[in-house]
Design a protein around this ligand. Structure first.
Ligand code: ATP
Length: 415
């Protein structure tokens, strides 16, 4: 197992909650920080989403954290994992026993067996996520990696750890696009070839809709979602997910260029890419994805009402008419309409003005503030901002400080 001693561990100690975490596991040999937290540490980014891998029983380490930091534990014995959440909600840590994973059939959930660190790194999606940092006292700061993982990180490439990866678990195709978009990394040529072959072989159809939903929404929530959408189209993954799902980078770019507070970007973009579907087809697709009712309503409203909204708005003859047309709608529906090609400029500006007045600059924080506080990319940010705007509009909170603390509490309880 390659051993690379040069990780900047001082940076680790400054991350939120990590001091307590390190103290709690100092005398527990075989405890590693793993996955995105190690990758981001090496890239110099902060995050507060920590995954631990332990040699031995994940539940035992989660209980140790609960005893020493204070909090609750949820065990998932079928997957050899456990989650620890601190009492104040500021720390949520997923702990997994080192394991192998075997797939009884493509796209199925894996069968897991306890294993050593080396096997655990092989079962991961990409080499840049297959690094483990020892965090117990005696070996603190030692890095263990899948061969060449840190070289891939330096070269900014995404490489699968074995050739069956996308067939075993086609959700990794979406993860490939997400990391490509977020980190600006590219798939190395063999990985790219394997991804194409998996799409051509129809691998995405072997995965349950709920698992596709999780990864698809995570991709669409990225700040640079447009890059992921472009790659999705280039790979043909959109049509492989649904023949009428169209990853149209132009409308997505137009939507992400609109500056609107408290939007659920991932739902807006899901709606835009689903806009060629008629109502029954859309309902079936959202049902297949097992989108929660409230979210499905936002998407369906955008597709059904968004297409005709600007002409209706153009025909409104008074401020009261504009207000009664737009007020019942989700902001996502209005931005959907703005992103469609061909709207007339004056009407679009009227819709933008209405949106600005609706929020009235009431949201004094942005996604960047949450990221600076360590919230990772993903739908969590949009959801937290949307809830914060709603609480502000309802008069429950006001001012930047209250909003930031409200949004962080929302984000942390959402992990
Ligand atoms: P980040 O985006 O920061 O990497 P994340 O929330 O996407 O975090 P998780 O989904 O929590 O990452 O996964 C944590 C780690 O588990 C990943 O870094 C990866 O090593 C591994 N992992 C997650 N999903 C898969 C998968 N489908 N196949 C293989 N490995 C996976």
């Amino acid at each position: 197992m390659p051993y690379l001693p040069e990780v900047k561990t001082e940076a680790l100690r400054t991350l939120p909650g990590v001091k307590e975490l390190l103290e709690a596991v100092a005398d527990r040999p075989g405890t590693y920080l793993v996955g995105g937290a190690v990758r981001d540490l090496m890239l110099g980014f902060a995050q507060f989403d920590y995954d631990l891998m332990v040699e031995g029983d994940a539940g035992e380490v989660a209980e140790l954290l609960a005893d020493r930091i204070g909090g609750t534990v949820k065990r998932h014995p079928r997957f050899l994992t456990a989650n620890f959440r601190s009492t104040d909600g500021s720390l949520s840590i997923d702990v997994a026993s080192a394991r192998t994973e075997t797939y009884s059939e493509p796209g199925a959930l894996p069968e897991v067996e306890p294993a050593d660190l080396e096997h655990d790194l092989v079962r991961r999606d990409f080499t840049v996520n297959a690094m483990a940092l020892a965090i117990w006292r005696e070996r603190f700061g030692e890095l263990f990696e899948f061969p060449d993982a840190s070289a891939d990180l330096l070269a900014r490439v995404l490489r699968v750890t074995h050739d069956r990866s996308f067939i075993d678990d086609p959700t990794r195709l979406l993860r490939l696009l997400r990391y490509g978009a977020r980190l600006g990394f590219t798939a190395e040529p063999h990985t790219e070839e394997l991804a194409r072959a998996a799409v051509e072989a129809g691998a995405p159809s072997t995965v349950s809709g709920g698992r596709i939903r999780d990864e698809l929404l995570d991709l669409l929530a990225e700040r640079s979602a447009v890059v992921g959408v472009e790659s999705m189209y280039a790979l043909g993954l959109d049509r492989a997910l649904h023949p009428k799902f169209d990853a149209d980078e132009y409308v997505v770019a137009r939507a992400t260029n609109e500056q609107v507070d408290g939007l659920r970007q991932e739902l807006l973009l899901l709606a835009l890419c689903s806009r060629a579907m008629d109502e029954p087809t859309l309902a079936e697709w959202l049902d297949h994805l097992k989108l929660p009712r409230r979210d499905a309503d936002i998407v369906a409203e955008a597709v059904v009402r968004g297409a005709t909204l600007l002409p209706e708005l153009a025909a409104s003859e008074s401020n009261a008419a504009v207000d009664s047309l737009l007020r019942p709608l989700h902001a996502e529906t209005i931005v959907f309409a703005l992103a469609l090609p061909g709207g007339d400029r004056e009407t679009a500006d009227l819709a933008r003005l209405w949106l600005t007045e609706r929020s009235g600059g009431k949201l004094e924080i942005s996604g960047a503030d949450l990221r600076d506080a360590g919230v990772g990319e993903g739908p969590i940010i949009g959801r937290a901002l949307a809830e914060t705007l709603e609480a502000t509009l309802n008069g429950e909170i006001s001012g930047r400080e209250a909003q930031l603390s409200f949004a962080l509490t929302q984000a942390r309880s959402d992990v």
